[in-house]
Write a protein that binds this ligand. Structure first.
Ligand code: BDR
Ligand code: CA
Length: 310
């Protein structure tokens, strides 16, 4: 069983990732650390608790972390996720309380207390909490088993600007710190997640399970699909963040390359771009496994099967 900390800004796709992790016996979720991203921190830390309670797991500790990027103002994405961040399926207000410890302190102390290289970090939002922890406690870098994150893009380029993916764009300084930290890093960029499109048929199959959690997830994915079909005319919508959890459970569903990835922090035009040396045209050393392909059928089957266990 792999110990993980999920760093998150729920977000419907974050929520599905959390549910997938909680439904999977291969993973032991030590805690959810929340960050400002899709919606402000107050709301992401509220949503994370709603999701734990939906899974019947009010015992999972939820921590609030950084409420803004390391060196800039916050950019949010209500236009994608709705005002609540979890539009599409109303959930009851959470009863469980937030932990009083700051998310960054929890990440540092969990890594310092556990045997080295036993905790995997799973960032699903801007990298502010992870980078702040690494900056404040550089000794934790060599204690991290792996960082498996959703973020970046290479051929697919950008979804918040023409050049940048949302999670990296919101806090490029944090992303740069994480990509340069020397930790064992795996990234699921848009190139993978744009091949993981939900379909109305999949949402309908979820509903047909007649299972309360599957019903909620179908509500979320239908909400997401409306955004994408109105904007792009596509039938389905990318289910980004669960790729991280699916990679931990079933890495054989994915393939990619170990390459060098640098983060653009300066340019107004391309800020947050992941400059990924996919064709290895530089001699800069590889610092990440950048995923490029996914077996989407296997991915959605895995999610359906696991959610129905909750
Ligand atoms: C990422 O941005 C957020 O809107 C999603 O939750 C995902 O983590 C995709 O670019
Ligand atoms: Ca997210």
């Amino acid at each position: 069983r792999r110990d993980i900390i999920i760093d998150t800004d729920p977000g419907q796709d974050d929520a599905v990732a959390i549910l997938l992790a909680l439904a999977s016996e291969e993973l032991n979720v030590l805690g959810l650390t929340c960050v400002a991203g899709n919606v402000p921190l107050e709301r992401t830390s509220y949503n994370a608790r709603q999701v734990c309670e939906l899974a019947g797991r009010a015992d999972v500790p939820v921590f609030a972390g950084c409420d803004r990027p390391m060196g800039r103002g916050l950019v949010t994405a209500e236009h994608v996720h709705g005002d609540s961040g979890l539009d599409g399926a109303p959930l009851p207000a959470p009863v469980m309380e937030l932990q009083s410890t700051h998310a960054v302190d929890f990440i540092i102390s969990a890594l310092r207390t556990a045997p080295p290289k036993t905790i995997t970090l799973c960032p699903l939002g801007p990298l502010t909490n992870i980078a702040t922890a690494l900056q404040r406690a550089p000794d934790i870098a060599e204690r991290i088993a792996q960082v498996v994150l959703m973020g970046g893009a290479y051929f697919e380029v950008g979804n918040i600007t023409p050049a940048a993916e949302f999670n990296i764009y919101v806090d490029p300084e944090a992303a740069q710190l994480v990509f340069r930290s020397g930790v064992d890093l795996v990234a699921a960029p848009l190139d993978v997640t744009h091949k993981a499109l939900t379909t109305p048929a999949w949402s309908a199959a979820l509903r047909a399970k007649n299972h309360p959690v599957c019903d909620v997830v179908a509500g979320w994915t239908e909400f997401f699909e409306r955004f994408d079909s109105e904007k792009y005319g596509s039938e389905g919508a990318p289910l980004h963040d669960p790729c991280v959890i699916a990679y931990l459970i079933a890495p054989e569903l994915f393939s990619g390359r170990r390459i060098n990835v640098e983060i653009e922090t300066q340019s107004e035009l391309t800020r947050g771009m992941t400059v990924a040396d996919w064709w290895r045209v530089t001699d800069r050393p590889a610092n990440a496994l950048f995923l490029g392909n996914i077996d989407a059928t296997g991915y959605f089957d895995l999610i359906t099967q696991r959610l129905a266990r909750l």
